[in-house]
Design a protein around this ligand. Structure first.
Ligand code: GAR
Length: 203
């Protein structure tokens, strides 16, 4: 059984979907820990409720990234628990060398837009205001670009005339909860190859 970890900064609905899908057997993995950069993250509370180790690691002085000494503490926590796959689920920090080197090819992220459109933050609103007719979500490998690593899976949802950004975000979130599990299963199975930027399933 492979060990996974979830890094989350906020409310943790993607985490919740992962926990439930582990509990019902849709993901065959052990959730070794949930780590947050926010002491009061709802995600940590959700983990504790399910008997999963919830770890807060002080993020240090920077707002959007971790200085190397701090990022190394995240690496150590993950290595101590022999984590095979790191799943970012609303972890609002850009990863840098310590994590990307220690877990090369083993960190994935979910993003609430159809990348490469709308990288960054508050993207459901940005897509809505841009006037796109479809948006969606993307699970991708994490590399040293912002939301730019190879795409594992995506799904599209329509943007309807009477939507609001919140309604659109909720429609996307429902799909996030579904496709993150699919992506985790694919990566854990190892049944893929990466050809340039293309993640291709193999049987
Ligand atoms: C999700 O919509 C996730 O895609 C997004 O944060 C939200 C976290 O929600 N992530 C990003 O925007 C990363 N760039 P959750 O805490 O309920 O899972």
């Amino acid at each position: 059984m492979k060990n996974i970890a979830v890094l989350a900064s906020g409310r943790g609905t993607n985490l919740q979907a992962i926990i439930e899908n582990i509990e019902n057997g849709s993901i065959q993995a052990h959730l070794a820990c949930v780590i947050s950069d926010k002491q009061d993250a709802q995600a940590l509370e959700r983990a504790r409720k399910h008997g999963i180790e919830a770890v807060y690691i002080d993020p240090g002085p920077k707002k959007t990234w971790l200085i190397p000494e701090v990022e190394q503490r995240y690496v150590q926590a993950l290595q101590d628990r022999q984590v095979d796959l790191v799943c970012l689920a609303g972890f609002m920090r850009i990863l840098k060398k310590p994590l990307l080197t220690a877990f090369a090819g083993r960190i994935i992220n979910i993003h609430p837009a159809l990348l490469p459109s709308f990288p960054g933050l508050d993207v459901q609103r940005k897509a809505f205001e841009y006037g796109v007719k479809f948006s969606g979500c993307t699970v991708h490998f994490v590399d040293d670009t912002v939301d730019g690593g190879p795409i594992i899976t995506q799904t599209a949802v329509p943007v309807l005339d009477d939507d609001t950004p919140d309604i659109l975000a909720a429609r996307i979130l429902k799909e996030e909860h579904r496709i993150y599990t699919e992506a985790i299963n694919l990566v854990l199975s190892g049944k893929y190859k990466i050809d340039g930027r293309r993640v291709i399933k193999i049987s």
